[in-house]
Design a protein around this ligand. Structure first.
Ligand SMILES: NC(=O)c1ccc[n+]([C@@H]2O[C@H](COP(=O)([O-])OP(=O)(O)OC[C@H]3O[C@@H](n4cnc5c(N)ncnc54)[C@H](OP(=O)(O)O)[C@@H]3O)[C@@H](O)[C@H]2O)c1
Length: 401
């Protein structure tokens, strides 16, 4: 869902922690989109190796050796970049670490290492980037790779100061946004908060305990490329769009999602994916027997799919379906308006009844279902305060309500 990356082609981006995981994927994606990327890490040889693999792409990757918990290294990185490549337009504060000690016995030096990199390093890099952007009148973009731990402390063992460091990133995002607004600056700030991502920090960490490994195995897991896609989306948005994104399905577990057209194709696949993530799915369709069959096949999964019979060209059916869902499953938190109908034909020779059916399914049913989803949110307890409406490829989430 990238809007346009054209404005960034040939511009300079600094991605910290680019030797592995999320930073590596972000660097690759920005190079694909034609940016000149400085990838920083202590293991700069890995970034240089990656740069060779990316040669021939639209942009270019440069590896810089730097420990971003050290101010001196950060300052040198910005000096080198300005002198050799030009002023920075994008900074992705991605480098981060966790030590997995605890708060009752952990070592001060471990806590300091986490805070120096995740918090202070991020602040220093941001200050340096803003300095260069201001001096060159650049409407740049600062992206912080935060975490769901920056919004709530999940019950996991040995998290020590890591959640505190990410809560700091949440506060720093807002403080920076306010400061830039106060200064009349056009520099944008985005914080992206992934849930569990496969990387050396988590599942690929060779020193992880069996206990932690077992916990990770039970959790839904994202790929680094998923985060890179979100970063590119954030960068592609127009000047007036500011967004912050929390990437985790945990908050939806046990909540009700309505998926229209769930008996086959995309709707069936969406319903299956939501069930995997623990949602209670109301699959709406005429051919309910197909949904019931899928439901039996998926028994034992984290969530559950319920078949709800409705012909969505009939308003009465839609109203009945939502009433049943609210009465039997609970308030609606997610609506996926997936059902669609298309009959090939010419506008000069087509059949009026077919056109009417297309409008009834693709437009009117979507409007009525949306109205009903909103009607059945929030009437049944505090958990129903939020609703996420998905109109095919467009998501208006928490912020809109
Ligand atoms: N994986 C997850 O589940 C997850 C979830 C939410 C948020 N995050 C956040 O995502 C970011 C990237 O993590 P990841 O999962 O991609 O882990 P990763 O594969 O371990 O990557 C961490 C990157 O940070 C760099 N780094 C670590 N210490 C550094 C230091 N002192 N100076 C400079 N660079 C340093 C590493 O490079 P060198 O070791 O070569 O220096 C590496 O490139 C972190 O901010 C993390 O908190 C991760």
């Amino acid at each position: 869902m990238v809007i346009s990356m054209d404005k960034w082609v040939g511009k300079v981006a600094i991605v910290t922690g680019a030797s592995s995981g999320i930073g590596k994927a972000i660097a690759a994606s920005l190079v694909e989109h034609g940016l000149i990327v400085v990838g920083t890490a202590r293991r700069s040889e890995l970034v240089e190796e990656h740069a060779k693999q990316l040669s021939g792409k639209k942009g270019k990757l440069h590896g810089i050796k730097a420990d971003f918990s050290k101010e001196e290294d950060i300052l040198k990185t910005f000096e080198w970049t300005t002198k050799n490549l030009g002023p920075v337009h994008i900074l992705v504060n991605n480098a981060g670490t966790a030590k997995h000690t605890n708060l009752t016995e952990g070592k001060t030096e471990d806590w300091k290492a986490v805070l120096d990199l995740n918090v202070l390093g991020l602040c220093i890099a941001t200050r340096e980037a803003v300095k260069v952007m201001k001096a060159n009148n650049i409407s740049g973009h600062i992206v912080h790779i935060n975490s769901i731990f920056g919004h709530s402390v999940v019950n996991l063992p040995n998290m020590d100061v890591y959640p505190a460091s990410k809560f700091a990133v949440t506060a720093l995002t807002e403080t920076l946004r306010q400061e830039l607004t106060h200064l009349g600056s056009k520099i944008k700030v985005t914080s992206i908060s992934p849930g569990l991502v496969e990387s050396e920090l988590t599942t690929l960490n060779k020193t992880q305990t069996p206990e932690r490994k077992a916990i990770f195995q039970k959790m839904p897991i994202l790929k680094s490329e998923n985060i890179a896609d979100v970063v590119v989306y954030a960068l592609s948005t127009p000047e007036h769009v500011q967004f912050t994104m929390v990437l985790s399905m945990n908050r939806w577990a046990g909540k009700v999602a309505v998926v229209t057209g769930a008996s086959s194709g995309i709707g069936a696949a969406i319903a299956d994916a939501l069930v995997e993530h623990g949602l209670i799915v109301a699959g709406v369709a005429r051919r309910v027997e197909l949904i019931e069959h899928r439901s039996r096949q998926r028994s034992g999964k984290k969530g559950k799919i319920h078949a709800v019979k409705a012909d969505i060209t009939s308003e009465e059916d839609i109203l009945k379906a939502f009433r049943w869902i609210a009465d039997n499953l609970g308030p609606v938190h997610v609506l996926v308006n997936n059902a669609g109908y298309m009959k090939e034909g010419l506008l000069t020779e087509g059949d009026t009844q077919e056109w009417k059916k297309e409008f009834d399914v693709n437009v009117l049913a979507l409007c009525i279902a949306t109205k009903e989803a909103i009607r059945y949110r929030g009437t049944r307890g505090p958990q129903s305060a939020k609703i996420e409406c998905v109109f095919r490829d467009q998501v208006c989430g928490d912020g809109a309500h």
